[in-house]
Design a protein around this ligand. Structure first.
Ligand code: AP5
Length: 190
């Protein structure tokens, strides 16, 4: 049987990577295996080899056509991976020139996801998580701007469902409730 392709998204700092890692531990205990892939890492490997980005946070500011080319290369490589695959990426990317679709038609047609997960939480919690994460060069924005991005992600996810027939699952990753979020994701992936 063909494996499942699940895409997990959420605004930067919402904690999607943290939720994924916890959910995969739970699934492993039950013998359910997923290969976890970070879409941004695939893009960054190409960007770095071409000398156009020195860290992953610089990619958002690259020219739109360059970002689109990096997306396409990443999607083609990820589409070849067999079995159950969980792809950590973005429903949309906030660039200096506006929102860029994270999963445009040419990416969706390569991957054809079964489920797109949106990880969300309160805007103020995201703001605080970004401020306390010193390992990344997070864009500085207020909670109203984060709210707009989360709202835009819901809207664009509806378009992804229309193109592929995938389902859209919304998971809340609230402060102190990581266990609940990871349990919810594990059940979605089973
Ligand atoms: P990517 O690497 O995915 O960057 P990111 O969104 O910043 O993702 P992170 O993994 O750093 O954040 P996260 O939300 O997973 O949070 P984390 O678990 O670390 O992408 C990098 C770049 O690639 C993008 O900027 C873009 O340029 C490009 N890219 C990727 N996909 C693309 C696409 N499709 N198209 C175009 N470009 C694309 O957690 C954050 C903090 O919160 C941690 O400190 C954690 O401890 C804390 N935390 C988590 N959960 C909780 C909780 N429940 N309670 C309290 N604290 C919590």
């Amino acid at each position: 049987m063909a494996g499942k392709k699940v895409i997990i998204t959420g605004v930067p700092g919402v904690g999607k990577t943290t939720v994924v890692n916890e959910a995969l531990k739970k699934l492993k205990e039950d013998g359910v295996e997923y290969q976890s892939i970070n879409f941004g890492t695939f893009m960054f490997e190409v960007a770095k080899s071409e000398g156009i980005a020195q860290d992953r946070d610089q990619m958002r500011a690259l020219d739109r056509t360059v970002q689109k080319r990096l997306q396409q290369l990443a999607a083609q490589a990820i589409a070849q991976i067999p079995g159950n695959v969980l792809i950590d990426t973005h429903a949309s990317v906030k660039t200096p020139k506006g929102y860029l679709a994270g999963l445009p038609e040419w990416v969706l047609r390569e991957i054809m996801p079964d489920i797109v997960v949106l990880v969300e939480t309160d805007n103020d919690q995201i703001l605080m998580r970004r401020l306390s994460d010193e390992t990344r060069m997070r864009d500085k924005e207020g909670s109203r701007s984060i709210a707009e991005h989360q709202q835009f992600n819901r809207s664009i996810a509806a378009a992804y469902a229309m193109v592929t027939g995938c389902t859209i699952k919304i998971i809340t990753n609230a402060d102190f409730l990581l266990e609940q979020a990871s349990q919810n994701l594990a059940e979605t992936l089973r």
